[in-house]
Design a protein around this ligand. Structure first.
Ligand SMILES: Nc1ncnc2c1ncn2[C@@H]1O[C@H](COP(=O)(O)OP(=O)(O)O)[C@@H](O)[C@H]1O
Ligand SMILES: [Mg+2]
Length: 402
């Protein structure tokens, strides 16, 4: 099929009409947004593994809120951000930029006053222009500033949804952890309504890290955990996607194989779907085509999401047969017991197993699972597990190696 007409969007946020599942999570987040409309300040943490759909979910909730509940939203991606003043600058800058085509732009523009600068060719875009001193004030006076901003929006919008996404770098910062705590405390003690909902988005490890830095954060956040899709949701995703194009249907067995290889990870669903789209020759995707596409997708996923050294190691001939036995039956289980796996290995494979585990541990693909007792291990993430699994499929098909 022509790659340009693919209904899949690997590496991009999912278009609203293409969003699948997450009904309960959406309801929960919307209830927080609605509470904020009533003047009750809310702060939540949206947690889940890489590629599970955190950013897509909050983006969906934000659009829904803007359309249905008359709120204003801002979605700030803070991937490389390490300190508070950068965070504040980026969040406000995003608010300004994202409001530009919204009816409440004038309110936001008015709020920032002289601090808005035209940039780019012919001044086509705008930017928040603040000095270091201004930023210091914005950090220290975050709550009063937020109150003012919400008051400014109030004519048009009933609440502000502030999404702080990808807080990786910030989760290492005690300054950020303490700031969060004091912000929430300050709002609580002021005892006056504030129509604002803050959603922090990140991995569970990051939340744990923040709690280590500031233990009272443990009880502060309203948590939304995103789990892998069920097989039914994954099947729905593929079926709907193909239906939309009307150009391609999928054989039942092919669909089953695609669903299984997705492991409930939306990020994989788009890669596998896209690979299937490119591979398909006729009007119905055959099992053979699906299998080929899954291996192609494994290749892409390995290169895109894994450390190059993990990618190399997993594909080396030495580990091929061990990999097949380790990942073969493993598909829904991130954890495993060393002794259990050893039972499946030949004496020859068993000899290399210790070495294999050490190598994968050194590379961070597998970690010791202390909760599972002695000999307990787990894959570093579901993404690693699924990649191992797809590579084991390749190994059993006698695919290429390095
Ligand atoms: N509910 C969903 N429906 C359809 N596609 C989704 C859904 N959630 C995520 N995706 C897709 O999966 C990929 C990863 O999603 P993303 O939101 O970036 O994950 P995360 O932020 O957890 O790393 C994106 O390409 C996105 O389009
Ligand atoms: Mg994300």
């Amino acid at each position: 099929m022509n790659p340009e007409s693919s209904p899949f969007t690997p590496g991009q946020p999912v278009p609203i009409e293409f969003f699948v599942g997450r009904v309960k999570e959406i309801e929960h987040l919307r209830s927080m947004v609605r509470a904020s409309i009533q003047g009750r300040f809310k702060i939540g943490y949206v947690t889940g593994e890489r590629g599970i759909g955190k950013s897509s979910l909050v983006s969906f909730v934000r659009h829904l809120g803007e359309r249905e509940d008359c709120i204003a939203g801002v979605h700030a991606f803070l991937g490389g951000v390490k300190n508070l003043s950068d965070m504040i600058r980026i969040a406000y800058d995003r608010l300004l930029k994202e409001s530009i085509d919204k009816p409440w732009y004038d309110n936001v523009r008015g709020f920032f006053g002289d601090h808005v600068r035209k940039v780019g060719l012919f001044g086509a875009s705008i930017e928040l222009s603040v000095t270091k001193e201004d930023l210091g004030v914005l950090v220290n006076d975050f709550v009063p500033t937020l109150r003012k901003l919400v008051a400014h929006l109030k004519d048009d919008r009933k609440s502000l949804l502030l999404i702080l996404d990808d807080i990786n770098g910030l989760a290492e910062s005690a300054e950020f952890a303490n700031w969060l705590k004091s912000t929430v405390d300050q709002i609580a003690t002021e005892n006056s309504p504030l129509s604002c909902c803050i959603l922090i988005v990140g991995l569970e490890e990051r939340r744990q890290n923040l709690i280590k830095l500031q233990p009272s954060l443990a009880r502060l956040f309203d948590i939304t955990e995103i789990r892998p899709w069920t097989d039914q949701e994954t099947a729905e995703f593929y079926t709907e996607a193909f239906k939309r194009t009307a150009a391609l249907t999928v054989d039942d067995l092919a669909l089953k194989e695609m669903v299984e290889s997705t492991g409930g990870l939306p990020v994989f669903a788009h890669e596998i779907g896209d690979a299937v789209w490119r591979t398909a020759k006729g009007v119905e995707v055959t099992l053979h085509e699906a299998m080929k596409a899954i291996l192609d997708a494994a290749e892409i996923i390995g290169r895109k999401f894994l450390e190059p050294r993990v990618f190399q190691a997993i594909r080396s001939k030495r580990y091929r047969s061990i990999l097949r036995k380790l990942a073969g039956d493993q598909i829904h289980n991130v954890s495993f017991q060393r002794a259990e796996i050893r039972k499946r290995l030949s004496p020859e494979e068993d000899k290399g197993f210790g070495n294999f585990l050490n190598r994968m541990r050194d590379l961070g693909a597998i970690v010791v699972d202390s909760e599972a007792g002695p000999g307990g291990y787990r894959f570093a993430s579901r993404l690693h597990l699924m990649y191992f699994w797809m590579e084991s499929l390749r190994a059993s098909k006698g695919g290429d190696d390095t």
